[in-house]
Design a protein around this ligand. Sequence first.
Ligand SMILES: [Zn+2]
Length: 69
Amino acid sequence: MEVCDGCSDIDGLPVDVQRQENLTLIGVAECNGTLVLEHYRCDKCRAVIARQFTGDSDERVWSVIEASP
Ligand SMILES: [Zn+2]
């Protein structure tokens, strides 16, 4: 369950922080035409990272949701 430095750095940051480096967009979720969530996979450590655009301010963050074993 190790994530690379880039992933551990971005975990918990607000979604307006841009980080596209080494991340591949693997899926998005929309609700009524509004972007709700993006999922990325890290090219370095293969972790899956979510970027959530809705909810309270403490929910609109980047979060590492699945680290590679
Ligand atoms: Zn990573």
